[in-house]
Design a binder for this molecule. Sequence first.
Ligand code: NAD
Ligand code: TDX
Length: 333
Amino acid sequence: MRVLVTGGAGFIGSNFALRARERRPEWQLTVIDAMTYAANRASLEPVLTTGEVALVEGNIADAALVDGLVADHDVVVHFAAESHNDNSLDSPWPFVESNVVGTFTLLEAIRRHGKRLHHISTDEVYGDLELDDPARFTEQTPVNPSSPYSATKASADLLVRAWIRSFGIEATVSNCSNNYGPRQHVEKFIPRQITGILQGVRPKLYGSGLNVRDWIHVDDHNDAVIAILEQGRLGETYLIGADGERNNLEIVRMLLELMGKPADWFDHVDDRPGHDLRYAIDSTKLRRETDWQPRYGDLHAGLAQTIDWYRTNESWWREAKVAAERTYERLGR
Ligand code: NAD
Ligand code: TDX
């Protein structure tokens, strides 16, 4: 099977390429990535140097390029997106271009060539839940996005659903909760705090720190994607989550403990505008229809592995850290 991975030089996409090489060595993988600030060629180095994965540097909104690549592959796994909420509040256009126009461009190529698509999305399209609400998101929850990022992801999801219904394309969609693990850009919450602590900087909590995210290890997310590709029903949406609800303060306390710092060694900073309170995923459908199960049940163990990775891969993140912190300084966070 020839698999085209969009956004494969970013966090989840590069981990997907590495995991697919291990679990499905017979697949032929090509990555298309615009190599934005969020991409890192080094993430793919082990599979690029052996020739196991081909990297095409290009934009998914480039219709001619995408048409040729889709024609040459059997399946497209679509990770490419602008992915950071804080950036979307600062400058929304790249989010519309990559997430909406980019997805539209892919869909048209998929339709022309009759190929299979798996579209990767986020639980943020459903908006947020109250802190004291026992409810969790399901595939039936109506979309209700809060930020420019989540609005563009919801738009992309709706385009995919419309192309399934109106044009009969062979596609599946997954909406996953917050990922953590190796190779995540240092602008994101967990790697920002880990790399900060390694540099002697106290963690920074937005607002009260009581906002809840539902954490899943990136390998568990990617195993679910492989399960959906192989066992999912065409036309369906699957929610991916591993019952990892924690508030941000609890995460910071775990990191401080694992890294040998006092429990109160953090600061509160200004809150993110429109900051979603809580996300929570009910992944019953995925578990009922496929054999997927998360392997990282223990968040402590997953975070310890992630800390080790950042500790031993400083050259991977050093430059990006300077740029990310410069942006945060300008945003006052
Ligand atoms: P990321 O920012 O680390 O990586 C995104 C990659 O896409 C980058 O390599 C970037 O260069 C590339 N890209 C962006 N625009 C492009 C374009 N127009 N053409 C080609 N390549 C382009 O993001 P991530 O965290 O790996 O997220 C991957 C996907 O998973 C996204 O669709 C995101 O919405 C979704 N998702 C992420 C999370 C999470 O917690 N990180 C959770 C659920 C879903
Ligand atoms: O320094 C920080 N301090 C802090 O308290 C940062 C960077 C974040 N936060 C908070 C904001 C959120 O409540 O931590 C939580 C997680 O923040 P992010 O890592 O920015 O993630 P989030 O906004 O929840 O979105 C993530 O999960 C869903 C990904 O970035 C998205 O791509 C994905 O769709």
